[in-house]
Design a protein around this ligand. Structure first.
Ligand SMILES: *[C@@H]1O[C@H](CO)[C@@H](O)[C@H](O)[C@H]1NC(C)=O
Length: 117
């Protein structure tokens, strides 16, 4: 009997891990009209797959953290916001959002380019 339960539990576990899909991120991009001092906001959203998701942001391959002027907030189960309070020359770069869950991950990038710099 115990063996039967163990087998059923195993089948359940296998089935539930198979039914979790890896996330796919929807496209995002920065405004092409960013002047120095403006606010830049992008939203990274997992369009498919099951939460819990883990969001990580990178700038030119380096992990971005919540610091003065850069705010990373998980908005809900499916989305994470990146807000740069005032863009400047240093803000230029290639920003990547990576989303993972138990089944896998996806990542998408967008280039921020401050006008005239
Ligand atoms: C931005 O970074 C991603 C991930 O590293 C890379 O695949 C992509 O080619 C980069 N895009 C540009 C325009 O450099």
């Amino acid at each position: 009997m115990a063996l039967l339960y163990a087998a059923l539990l195993l089948m359940f576990l296998i089935h539930s891990s198979i039914s979790v899909d890896a996330p796919k991120i929807g496209p995002f991009q920065f405004s092409g009209e960013l002047d120095v001092g403006m606010r830049a906001i992008v939203v990274c959203a997992a369009m498919t797959g099951e939460p819990p998701f883990h969001f990580t942001w990178f700038k030119d391959g380096h992990k971005l953290i919540d610091t003065l002027g850069v705010s990373i907030k998980k908005f809900d189960d499916f989305t994470s916001n990146l807000v740069i309070a005032k863009v400047e020359a240093d803000s230029n770069g290639n920003y990547t959002c990576k989303v993972s869950n138990s089944a896998g991950y996806d990542q998408k990038s967008a280039v921020l380019s401050v006008k005239g710099i």
